[in-house]
Design a protein around this ligand. Structure first.
Ligand code: NAP
Ligand code: COA
Length: 266
């Protein structure tokens, strides 16, 4: 199935690497005008160039999602250039494996501030700039949102909150014709997230064994779900938390989480 986003405006927060870059590129290939935001100017510049090379109108902003004023300024600038957002994807996140007692209070706070507060910042600032009715907001969540995992107390807490932002946003904004959903990626090939959680060949093999479909996913497979959620094909879908994970969230992710400590070493 192919989607036509010609004339549509898409904003991807955290869209300059990994899964979210794959999502930004998919919307660009489908014809959308695409804006991205992340902290590092060089990643923003490279992404804007890559999106333009795909034939899209594109722009980007260097901002930290923990800084509300900077997020708001970026979203307003993108809105000023490309108009109301048909689709907003919020996917900026941070992760590292650490025991609850092996990280400082500031380490825990850093992840919660990026993932949860950052998601709220992006949605709060984007809300007045979304197309209404018809806009679609997509939060990039993680299996940690509903599966407790060893060495992931910070991420589990933050992503559980992200899915509640999704659900409450869907409740409060449904009558405006604005939809809010979460996409929950499984382990995705070649990403920073999996490099951090499964850094060795042994760890990678254990991840694959723990996925019912016995393989890593591709960023393009997450992007396909986002293309659908952003389209009229999903016009009655809101408040949903949708795993795209080869069945990992059925339990394999949790069993793997119990072994992160050993896996990180071998
Ligand atoms: P990634 O490549 O590290 O992507 C993170 C993106 O967010 C980058 O563009 C990064 O760019 C930006 N970012 C990080 N902190 C930020 C901040 N404070 N303010 C603004 N931007 C910030 O990671 P990934 O592994 O592809 O993960 C992408 C998303 O998928 C995350 O939400 C993650 O939780 C979720 N996910 C990933 C997997 C997986 O298999 N990788 C599985 C489940 C869920 P800068 O460094 O320039 O800021
Ligand atoms: N184990 C334990 N604590 C860690 C850690 C680790 N592996 N990595 C960082 N921390 C702690 C730091 O020591 C610091 O705590 P302190 O001030 O008490 O010393 C705190 O976390 C913040 O670290 P800092 O490097 O100052 O934060 P930052 O805002 O520059 O970066 C991170 C945020 C830590 C989440 C960083 O890993 C990041 O930028 N990640 C984005 C990319 C990513 O994680 N991608 C995968 C997405 S799923």
């Amino acid at each position: 199935m192919s989607f036509d986003y010609s004339g549509k405006t898409v904003f991807v927060a955290g869209g300059t690497s990994g899964i979210n870059l794959g999502v930004a590129k998919a919307f660009a290939k489908a014809g959308a005008r695409v804006s991205v935001l992340s902290r590092r100017q060089e990643k923003v510049n490279a992404t804007v160039a890559a999106l333009k090379a795909l034939g899209a109108e594109a722009n980007g902003y260097a901002a930290d999602v923990r800084d509300y004023a900077a997020v708001e300024a970026a979203l307003q600038a993108a809105h000023g250039q490309f108009g109301a957002f048909d689709v907003l994807v919020s996917g900026a996140a941070g992760n590292f494996p650490a025991k609850a007692t092996g990280m400082s209070a500031n380490a825990f706070k850093s992840v919660v501030d990026i993932d949860l507060l950052g998601t709220y910042h992006v949605l709060r600032a984007a809300h007045p700039l979304m197309k209404k009715p018809g806009g679609s907001i997509i939060n990039i969540s993680a299996p940690q949102a509903f599966l407790p995992m060893n060495m992931q107390m910070h991420v589990c807490s933050a992503k559980a909150g992200v899915d509640m932002v999704t659900r409450v946003g869907a409740l409060e904004w449904g009558s405006e014709g604005l939809r809010v959903n979460s996409v929950v990626p499984g382990p995705i090939e070649g990403t920073e997230g999996m490099e951090r959680l499964a850094p060795t060949e042994g760890a990678r093999k254990a991840v694959i064994d723990s996925v019912p479909m016995k393989r890593y996913g591709q960023a393009s497979e997450i992007a396909d779900c986002c293309l659908w959620l952003g389209s009229d094909m999903a016009a009655y879908v809101t408040g949903a938390v949708i795993p795209v994970d080869g069945g990992w969230a059925l339990g394999g992710a949790t069993s793997l989480g119990q072994g992160f400590e050993q896996l990180a070493g071998g």
